[in-house]
Ligand binder design. Structure first.
Ligand code: DC
Length: 226
């Protein structure tokens, strides 16, 4: 039986960085499920499909092939055979991913891909509905969050660090909008599973958060994983 660790929470809480580091420390595969929604968003943008058009969406979902591959422990997402791991990281794709992820047909399409990986391997899987919908029987569930302001500041620093232009209040507003959409959608909204442990990273350094995560996991699994 594989061991499954589910990490959910809003955008910018530090989920992907922490989940990746955690997976490396305990020798699990890190599965970034947001990349799957981003791949669908990229397809919808490229093919000029309106996400509101249920018929067009159904046809598109039926026609696209989405795969996750792990090369040297690093996740790659393939859309109809093309590695789109780089192309899915734009702000335009982020916004569209939030829109398409509210469509029940999109969520249903991605369920088996996620469950199959978790069944086959020990995983740290991050997303929005992993503990509540994808892996309700996960061995450990963590809900990672931070204040809106802190999350906006982190994103701002990332963009500035990458030499891009950024406006803090615009970023904060965009985060608020995404939270609102992700938390109020009808299908699998972002929420803490009843049996998830809440970890607020607002006042923590990444190392402190990682240490807190490892302690939660050691406690839940009942042995020292790292
Ligand atoms: O984690 P991310 O920013 O790459 O996620 C992109 C979008 O996909 C985000 O708006 C929420 C959505 N998402 C989701 O609904 N369920 C998941 N398991 C992962 C992501």
């Amino acid at each position: 039986m594989s061991i499954n660790i589910a990490i959910d929470g809003p955008a910018g809480a530090g989920k992907s960085t922490l989940a990746r580091k955690l997976a490396g420390r305990i020798g699990f595969i890190y599965v970034d499920t947001g990349a799957l929604y981003r791949a669908i968003a990229l397809y919808v943008i490229n093919e000029n499909i309106s996400p509101e058009d249920a018929g067009a969406m159904e046809k598109a979902l039926g026609g696209m092939r989405i795969e996750l591959k792990y090369i040297g422990g690093k996740q790659h997402v393939l859309l109809n055979g093309e590695d789109v791991s780089g192309k899915i990281r734009t702000e335009q794709v982020s916004a569209m991913a939030s829109v398409v992820s509210s469509r029940p047909a999109v969520r249903a399409r991605l369920l088996d891909i996620q469950r199959d990986i978790a069944k086959a391997d020990n995983v740290v899987m991050d997303g929005r509905d992993i503990g509540t919908a994808v892996l309700p029987d996960a061995d450990v569930k963590i809900y990672l969050t931070a204040s809106t302001r802190v999350r906006a500041q982190r994103r701002y620093q990332q963009l500035i660090g990458a030499g891009e232009k950024a406006d803090l209040s615009e970023i904060e507003e965009e985060i608020r909008r995404r939270d609102e959409r992700d938390m109020t959608r009808k299908t699998a909204p972002l929420r803490k599973a009843d049996d998830a442990v809440l970890l607020d990273t607002s006042g923590q350094t990444p190392d402190e958060s990682l240490q807190a995560l490892i302690e939660i996991i050691n406690g839940k699994i009942g042995r020292k994983m790292a």
